[in-house]
Design a protein around this ligand. Sequence first.
Ligand code: ATP
Length: 328
Amino acid sequence: MEPKTIKRIGVLTSGGDAPGMNAAIRATVRAGFYYELEMYGIYRGYEGMINDEIKKLDSKNITHILERGGTFLKSARSAEFRTQEGRKKAYDNLVKHGIDALVVIGGDGSLTGAHLFYKEFGIPAIGLPGTIDNDLSGTDSTIGFDTACNTAIQAIDKIRDTATSHDRLFFVEVMGRDAGFIAINTGIGSAAAATLIPEKKMPIERLIERLKARTKAKKQSNIVIVAEGGKSGGAAEIAKKVKKQLPYYDIKVTILGHLQRGGSPSSFDRVLASKLGVAAIEGLLQGKYDVMAGVINHKVVYTPIAKAIVGDKEVDEDDFRVAKILST
Ligand code: ATP
């Protein structure tokens, strides 16, 4: 597409927050200044676009934010943006501020919103994958995924100390919604006894067999990682079923929950977010609209948003095999 003249770009974060969102905002804004553009922060995601929470940014706004978790622009979920009237209000506010392009940092829902908005109003938009879940196609890793895995692994290291001291069996639930990426990585990285992910159903009998075999082999501790939204149920539900069949086990359940979203981004996420922030601005200037910038095999790639959000990214079979081999 022939690039439109772009002078003012609005940037927003939307959906669940993820570590590295600040780094992505900073890189986007810095790259904007480098190319002599005016940069605007849209606070509270699409909700702020509808309510006109839009402010011009200067370099002071983005000082010392690279290393901070969360998003200084705040994030929100907006029911009103799902309606055409809501999106029209948002469009009118962009026109009022003379904003002629958008960078949307968020998960599949947020990118769906950007795609619809582009189709309806023709505002050039580029998405950046900002979610801990890693469930977007068009990028090897989403911004925040690596940090979330590190956080989960550090927490499980601590749980292992108590599991070993008391011969306990722990069921640890990690985030990821319908995707098992955090679970499988955490399982491999923390030497889990088993990893239960939504993509693969593990019958309870097989889990019991594995736990019995590990007891026989005199394994010092047993930690089972359970992805939220798994087909076999959450950690509490599975623990209950196992307790029924192995009543002599001292079983505990830990749900890591929102602590996986917070914290300073890892080196990997900082670099990824920085590359993608620059890619967003350069993509817009080159006329790449309605796409998501991602990194595949260390190279920046642009994927149509409609393709990135289809939800066909799958846990690598090899990762699953490695987790299985190392847990027996
Ligand atoms: P995460 O993966 O971390 O949950 P997300 O971006 O997928 O992040 P959602 O709550 O699904 O989070 O979406 C964020 C916002 O994007 C929604 O609150 C809504 O404003 C907008 N959005 C999502 N889906 C649509 C849609 N189909 N049409 C218009 N807007 C949408």
